[in-house]
Design a binder for this molecule. Sequence first.
Ligand code: ADP
Ligand code: GLC
Length: 482
Amino acid sequence: MRSILFAASEGVPYIKTGGLADVVGSLPVAIDKEYYDVRVILPKYSCMKQEIKDRMEFVCSFYMDFNWRSMYVGILKTVTDGITCYFVDNEELFSSDKVYTDDPLFEIKRFAFFSKAVLSALPLLGFRPDLIHCHDWQTGLIPVYLKERFQDNDFFRGIKSVMTIHNLKFQGKWGINDVENITGLSGYYFTPDKLEAYRDANLLKGGLVYADAITTVSPTYAKEIRTPFYGEGLDGLLNARAGDLRGILNGIDYTAYDPSNDKFIPHQYDASNFRKIKIKNKRELQKQLGLAEDDKCFLIGIVSRLSDQKGFDLIAYVLEEMLCNDAIQIAVLGTGEEQYENMFRYFAWKYGEKISANIYYSEELSHRIYAGCDAFLMPSLFEPCGLSQLMALRYGTVPIVRETGGLADTVVPYNRYTGEGTGFSFANYNAHEMMSAVRYAESIYYDHKRDWNKIVERAMAADFSWKVSAGAYQEMYDWLIG
Ligand code: ADP
Ligand code: GLC
């Protein structure tokens, strides 16, 4: 039996702000239990739901030297779907009302603390992982501490680490002096071949330098991040470590996202009856959102963090034109940057029958949008993998995407001549190219309904469960553990 510990800043069903949580929640469940004992460790946030906190049981506590102080570390645990999840407790650091705060220095402190606490706790847990699988910058110090601070101790010797990049844009950067103090790492570590990048300390870079292997969440993004445009300043390092870098496509939880058995949607359906039933979800959605109740109108969904990553600048550029001229409706669900929140609020005020802006977080409404819309728009500037388009495919809601990262790897563009394709796509980050792709989709929807339904059929038949990708992770674990 091989033991793997996932360390991350969020994970379903405990706490979620985006796709990272979906992956940390669903990948461990998909890994073969006969050969692997996979456990997860997350921070314990005060903003977690009370019922989640009530399920946690106390494991142990100790004091740890950190930032020139002795700090309390509590460890709690709970088990869901057979997966043990540990939680690192420290009220001073994890009691904000949001998962992530807007104070970058505080964020560095919180997750440097978390990274050191994860390693310090291991000998007390009765669980020695063969490999620690780290996710995003928040856990970037784990490979560093593991190799440089903890390997002297027999317990830690030989533990391997993997660093997975879910989003290269976020790196955990701050001035070197402060980070030296916080982490207790000396100036030796803050040089350009280790944790320094462009004169700042960079926690993700630490993880990328010290981990035994690096992965990211799609093959195309694995290639893209080796170029200056997508590399966020780390393309040089990623090229240097290209031999240790692989792109493994994310899957989604096919039980939680299953149109034939989804308690959030009013009418369950599958590939055999979507032609009759999916429309009923559309009617309910139009009614719920106050859109014109029109079976025929092409309804486009958006469920997203409202961030520039997701291509909202393209939408801002042509939305008014499309709302004026096109027979479309748009259902938006998301929160994020104020400019995009306000843009959707404004258009919903001006064109209330055509666009509905739901500026909040709702698991339930997200499922209703995936089920009730005809198409799903995701014109990202960059997209490491993207899970929303996979959810849309699963619900037969045809994705319209830009050909980047995981979007390029998962959506096959419709080809009228060969009859292939599961969605629509465009290549350049250009608003009019996006608009053409949407209009092409509209034209197939309105004028070639049979062809449209074939696209829906193929979308629903595409398989993005974890089956294949969990195997790819297992292969990597075996190769590293030896
Ligand atoms: P990212 O991780 O970059 O935000 P992904 O497509 O990988 O993008 O994952 C986004 C996840 O977050 C999906 O599960 C999506 O349904 C969910 N999501 C995003 N915004 C909301 C929201 N406002 N309400 C409910 N779920 C949301
Ligand atoms: C990140 C990326 C997204 C990816 C998710 C899970 O948040 O933005 O593309 O699907 O992580 O890996």
